[in-house]
Design a protein around this ligand. Structure first.
Ligand code: ADP
Ligand code: MG
Length: 694
C-alpha cells in the first residue's frame, strides 16, 4: 500500500480548484490523472521578462517589461485595423500598443489615460516606432511584481492555455508535501543538490533565462527517478537470483542431432552464444541472459538449442512470443527442425481450441510434453508445468517487469533467456534489465545480400507502384507499410484502407491483403497465412508488421511517409526483407520537403544496415521511450530523466542501488523507509513486496 504521505500527490487532478469534468480530460491528455503527474510536467523553456530597458537603448525583437505612462487611445477606424494605445517611458520615448479585435471599454480600463502601467511582451520596431502587440501582462505600475521575471513555458495541449496551466501547476506544487530525504547526504553535498520539494519548486520556477535539463534541480529529480528504477530492478534481480538455481547440463544427445540435421551451418556468433547459454544452464545458479541479435541474425535456433538442453535433462522449456502470429510461426518452424529428433513442441495461445489445448495443458502438467511455445497465455494460472527449467522470452521489450516475474515463478529456479531483435544500446539495457549477462550475435548468416535502400519522393508514387507490379509479376512478394497519420489507430486505418484499395485496383484485388491492429486476430492470421503461403503477393499493413515475421520470399519493402517513422522502427521494418536468397529492396517514400533531421535519419538508413549504429543514433535523436515505442514497450518511460542527457546519473544510480541493497537489504533503516517512499513515488510498486523477501 502506498504510504499515506503520498496520498495528496496521488489525488486526482480534478480535486484541484477550477478543474472539473471539462478540463480534467485535457489535463489527463497532457500529463496524466494525478497531481504528481502535474509535478512531473516540467517547463520546456523560459521567457525572460527581466529585461527592462530604456526605450532609447532597447533591443528590438525581444521580450521586454516596460513602465509606460498612457497618453493616447486610438480606436480603429475600420474593424480590420488595430486599436492603438500610445504610452511613453520616463524619457518620453513612445511605444504603440496594438490590439486586434479588442473591446474599447475593456482596454480603457486596462490602460487608464495619464496613469502608469507595467506591460510585458514582445517589443518590436515598426518603421520609426516601437510596437508591442497584445502584451502578455498589463498591470498597474505598483503591481509590477506580479509579472514574473522568468516565466516557465510548459508543453501544452489544445484547449489549455499557458496561463491556466501555470496556475494549476502552482496549485499542485503547493500541495506537494515535504518528503523524507532518500539520498545519501554525502551525495547531496557533493552535487550541491537541495531536497526533493525544493528542487521541484526550483524546476518549476527557473531563475535563469536558460534553465534546462542540466540544471541542478533537474538533475536531482532525474536522479530520484533513476535511483527508483535501478533499485526496483536490483530488488527484482535479487529476488530472481535468490534461492537455489538449478543445474541443467543435458546430455548433448538432442543438440548434436539437431546440429547435424540443420540445413545450414551455424554462424560463429551462434556457436558462441549457444556455448555461453549452455554454460549458464549447466551451472547451479540461475541464468538471466539477454540474447541480442539484429533482425534475421538467427536467434531462434540459439534458443532452441537451449530448450533442448533442458529437455535432455528431463526438464521442460517454454518459449514465449509477443503475439499469436509469432507464436504460431515459431511453432511451425521449430516443429520442422524437431522432426528428425523425435520430440514434440506444444503450442499454447489465447483462448479455446478445446481438446487440443487440454492436451497441451495435460502434457505440461504431467511432463510428457517437454517443450512449448506460446503467448502470454503461458503464464495464466491454469498453466502448470511439471518441471520448468528454462523460459525463453522473445522480443522482450513488449513484456513488463511483472510479467517476467510471473513467468519465472512457474517453476523452481527457472533460467531465463530473453531475446531481443531491437538492438538496445547499453544505456537502455541497463534501464530495462539492470545487470543481465549479454550474448550478442554480431554476424548475419552467410549468403545474405545487402538490402538496397532508396529514398523516393512521394511525387513518384506512380512509378513506385509500377515497380511493385513488375516485381510481383516476376514472382516476388512485397510489404507496403502505411503512414502513421497520427496517434490514432482509426485514422491510420483509414489511410491504410485507402491505400490498399488503390493498390488492389492497380495490381489486382486477389494479390493484395491488408492487416491492421483493429482486425480480429483470426482474420489477421488468415491474411498473414495467405501471405506466407504466397497466394497474397502484396501485404499492406498499418504501422508495424508483426515484429519478427519471417517470410523469406518477401524481397520488397515499401514504407510510405518514411519521414514519420523512427530510425529503429524503419530498421526493423526493413529487416522483414533480405531473408531469402533474392536480392531485396527497400523504398523509403517520403513527403518533400524533408526537414534536416528527417533527412539525416533517412540518409543514415540508406547508408548502413548496422542495427547498433542505428539504435545509438535513434536514442540520441529521439530518446528511449519513442525509440522502443512506449505504447508497446515493457520499458518504463522516464518522466524526469532524459537518458541521452543523464547517462552519468544512470551509471551512478546503478552503482548506488547495489550499495543500498548490500548495506540495508530490507530497507528498514530510516533511509530505507525513505527509499520505499521513493519507489512508490515513481510507481515502482512491484519491487516493494520483494524487499522483505530478501
Ligand atoms: P531472428 O534473429 O530475426 O529471430 P531467425 O531466428 O528468425 O532470426 O532466423 C532468420 C532466418 O535465418 C530463419 O529462416 C532461420 O532459419 C535462418 N537461419 C538461422 N541461422 C542460420 C544460419 N546459420 N545460416 C543460414 N540461415 C540461418
Ligand atoms: Mg525472431
Amino acid at each position: 500500500m502506498r504510504p499515506s504521505i503520498l496520498f495528496p500527490l496521488f489525488a486526482s487532478i480534478t480535486s484541484l480548484k477550477g478543474i472539473g469534468p471539462r478540463l480534467g480530460p485535457l489535463y489527463k491528455r497532457l500529463c496524466g490523472e494525478h497531481i504528481v503527474d502535474l509535478l512531473w510536467h516540467l517547463p520546456s523553456g523560459v521567457i525572460d521578462r527581466s529585461y527592462r530597458p530604456e526605450l532609447k537603448y532597447a533591443d528590438r525583437d525581444r521580450v521586454a517589461t516596460l513602465i509606460l505612462k498612457i497618453v493616447e487611445h486610438n480606436p480603429p477606424r475600420t474593424p480590420k485595423l488595430p486599436y492603438r494605445i500610445v504610452g511613453v517611458d520616463e524619457a518620453d520615448q513612445q511605444v504603440v500598443i496594438n490590439y486586434f479585435n479588442a473591446k474599447g471599454d475593456y482596454l480603457s480600463k486596462l490602460y487608464p489615460t495619464n496613469k502608469k502601467v507595467a506591460v510585458s511582451g514582445f517589443l518590436e520596431r515598426y518603421r520609426a516606432n516601437w510596437n508591442m502587440n497584445h502584451p502578455d501582462y498589463v498591470v498597474p505600475e505598483e503591481k509590477i511584481s506580479e509579472i514574473p521575471r522568468f516565466e516557465p513555458v510548459y508543453p501544452l495541449t489544445e484547449g489549455l492555455s499557458g496561463k491556466m496551466l501555470r496556475k494549476t501547476i502552482e496549485q499542485a506544487v503547493s500541495k506537494a508535501s515535504d518528503l523524507p530525504e532518500w539520498h545519501d547526504l554525502h551525495l547531496l553535498k557533493r552535487e550541491a543538490w537541495k531536497g526533493w520539494k525544493e528542487s521541484l519548486l526550483a524546476a518549476h520556477n527557473p531563475q535563469f533565462p536558460d534553465s534546462n535539463i542540466d540544471s541542478k534541480e533537474r538533475r536531482r529529480l532525474a536522479y530520484d527517478e533513476l535511483l527508483a528504477d535501478q533499485l526496483a530492478l536490483a530488488v527484482i534481480r535479487r529476488h530472481h537470483r535468490a534461492g537455489s538455481g538449478r543445474a541443467t547440463p543435458g546430455t548433448g544427445a538432442l543438440r548434436s542431432k539437431l546440429a547435424s540435421s540443420l540445413p545450414f551451418k551455424l554462424t560463429a556468433g551462434q556457436e558462441q552464444a549457444i556455448g555461453e547459454i549452455a554454460g549458464d544452464m549447466k551451472a547451479p545458479r540461475r541464468m538471466l541472459r539477454l540474447l541480442q541479435g539484429d533482425v534475421g541474425s538467427g536467434k531462434t535456433i540459439v534458443a532452441l538449442m537451449a530448450m533442448l538442453q533442458a529437455a535432455e535433462s528431463g526438464a521442460q522449456a517454454a518459449l514465449m512470443a509477443p503475439t499469436e502470429i509469432l507464436a504460431k510461426q515459431h511453432h511451425a518452424r521449430i516443429s520442422e527442425f524437431l522432426k528428425p529428433l523425435g520430440i514434440e513442441i506444444g503450442l499454447l495461445i489465447g483462448k479455446g481450441r478445446g481438446t487440443e489445448r487440454q492436451a497441451v495443458l495435460d502434457g505440461l502438467k504431467d511432463g510428457s510434453l517437454q517443450l512449448v511455445v506460446g503467448t502470454h497465455a503461458l503464464f495464466q494460472d491454469e498453466v502448470a508445468f511439471k518441471d520448468l527449467a528454462l523460459a525463453v522470452v522473445d522480443e522482450q521489450h513488449r513484456f513488463g517487469v511483472n510479467e517476467r516475474l510471473r513467468l519465472s515463478d512457474k517453476g523452481k529456479g527457472v533460467d531465463i533467456l530473453v531475446m531481443t531483435a531491437t538492438p538496445i544500446p547499453r544505456t537502455l539495457t541497463l534501464t530495462a534489465y539492470g545487470d543481465m549477462d549479454v550474448s550478442h550475435l554480431p554476424d548475419k548468416p552467410a549468403g545474405r545480400q545487402p538490402i538496397d535502400t532508396r529514398l523516393v519522393n512521394m511525387e513518384r508514387l506512380d512509378e513506385v507502384i509500377e515497380g511493385v507490379k513488375r516485381q510481383i509479376t516476376g514472382g516476388a512478394q512485397a510489404y507496403w507499410v502505411c503512414p502513421l497519420v497520427q496517434e490514432s489507430e482509426s485514422l491510420d486505418l483509414a489511410a491504410a484502407t485507402d491505400r490498399a484499395d488503390l493498390l488492389a485496383a492497380k495490381l489486382g484485388a486477389a494479390h493484395v491483403g491488408l492487416v491492421h491492429g483493429q482486425m480480429p486476430a483470426e482474420a489477421r492470421d488468415r491474411v498473414m497465412a495467405a501471405f506466407l503461403a504466397g497466394s497474397i503477393k502484396l501485404l499492406v499493413a498499418t504501422t508495424v508488421i508483426e515484429v519478427g515475421v519471417d517470410v523469406p520470399n518477401a524481397s520488397l519493402m515499401i514504407v510510405e511517409h518514411a519521414e514519420r517513422f523512427g530510425l529503429s522502427q524503419l530498421h526493423q521494418l526493413r529487416g522483414r526483407v533480405g531473408r531469402g536468397a533474392m536480392k531485396s529492396n527497400c523504398l523509403l517514400v517520403y513527403q518533400a520537403p524533408l526537414g534536416a533531421v528527417a533527412k539525416a535519419r533517412l540518409t543514415m538508413l540508406r547508408e548502413t544496415e548496422d542495427g547498433f549504429r542505428i539504435a545509438e543514433e535513434d536514442l540520441r535523436l529521439r530518446g528511449p521511450g519513442e525509440m522502443l515505442g512506449t505504447r508497446q514497450s515493457g520499458l518504463q518511460e522516464f518522466r524526469m530523466a532524459d537518458l541521452a542527457a543523464h547517462q552519468d546519473l544512470l551509471a551512478m544510480a546503478h552503482d548506488d542501488a547495489k550499495v543500498i541493497l548490500n548495506n540495508d537489504s530490507d530497507l528498514n533503516s530510516a533511509r530505507g523507509k525513505a527509499l520505499r517512499v521513493l519507489l512508490y513515488l515513481f510507481e515502482r510498486d512491484a519491487a516493494v513486496p520483494l524487499l522483505r523477501a530478501g
